[in-house]
Design a protein around this ligand. Sequence first.
Ligand SMILES: [Zn+2]
Length: 241
Amino acid sequence: MLQRLREHVLEANLDLVRQGLVLYTFGNASGISREEGLVVIKPSGVPYKDMRPEHLVVTDLLGNIVEGHLRPSSDLPTHLVLYKQFPEIGGIAHTHSEYATAWAQSCKPIPCFGTTHADYFDGPVPVTAGMTDQEIAEDYETNTGHVIVRTLQQTDALANPGILVASHGPFAWGKDARTAAHNAAILEAIARMAYFTLGINATAQPVGSALLNKHYLRKHGKNAYYGQAADANKNEDEDKR
Ligand SMILES: [Zn+2]
């Protein structure tokens, strides 16, 4: 079942390792088949080097296991909340990558200090509010999804393909699982750059709206012209300026 999606989601999980975003079995990526309403997600606790497509777990949007012998990632309920809330997303990646997690632990949004950031996010990378004791005690992973949704409110999720969960770490998403993993790597890179920017100049200011909009809209606006026309939003290694 969903063999191609299993292989794609496995590669997305391995992308997180290849990009140095995960330690041990931390982190998880998933993808969804919208036609079938089924999610493919990493199993819990299986070392990446041993992971095969058949180890991935298929669930419905309620979290019922449809196929698979292993337990799904414990963060599955967070992924499900996001898939239900944001029909435009097709993949999600969660890591504890160092710099993005450091910002999350500081409970600070990442200001948009430059064009690398503006190419992907149409403003600061948001950080959620802290969770209440009750939200943590009961249905913690589901409530993690709800706190993300509350923070994003009605924004277009693809215009802000990631978020920092306060005192926890980053979640990223995209049109599919590998794009989500790509965005997790970009989020880590811009978190790192922002950290260094403030180290060099503690009073550095975010870019103005002219530069932010120029960079964001030339890749994502309706008149996007970056890349090769229809491929302007494609997940690819690009010649950054
Ligand atoms: Zn986590």
